[in-house]
Design a protein. Structure first.
Length: 135
């Protein structure tokens, strides 16, 4: 249990770093897409930034638990196991959730596609961290 917790926290902080870098990179590289986020529906204000800041830690802990249950099923090298884990997370966890988000909400397809790519990247990074910290 300790190994799951420690690797989850490590992955969470690595994901937090990538989230912050991703926010600034998206704003710089895709300014037209990021303008859609400056609406009252999406931007709840600075008071809720802590929720965004904690989500990578929660994701890291949840994925660490999933990794501990699933890692024996993955074969191959360091990179292939981490990447396969991230892709499995994308198909099982992200795709159905984003389908649900896109269908009733007024989110553009480009926003949802960006979220999908962002979370696939998170899964890949988390898989590589787990492969290193909890093989």
């Amino acid at each position: 249990m300790k190994k799951i917790f420690v690797s989850g926290i490590i992955a969470g902080f690595v994901l937090l770093i990538f989230c912050v870098i991703g926010l600034y990179a998206a704003e710089w590289l895709l300014p037209e897409l990021t303008k859609a986020y400056y609406t009252p529906v999406i931007n709840a204000g600075a008071g809720r930034i802590i929720i965004y800041s904690v989500h990578p830690i929660i994701t890291g802990l949840a994925l660490s638990w999933f990794w501990s249950k699933f890692k024996e099923s993955l074969t191959g090298s360091f990179f292939s196991r981490g990447i396969e884990f991230g892709l499995i997370y994308a198909v099982i966890g992200i795709l159905p959730m984003l389908w649900l988000v896109y269908s009733p909400l007024n989110a553009t397809l480009s926003m949802v596609a960006g979220w999908f790519l962002f979370w696939v990247f998170q899964g890949l990074i988390a898989g590589l961290v787990f492969e290193k910290t909890n093989p």
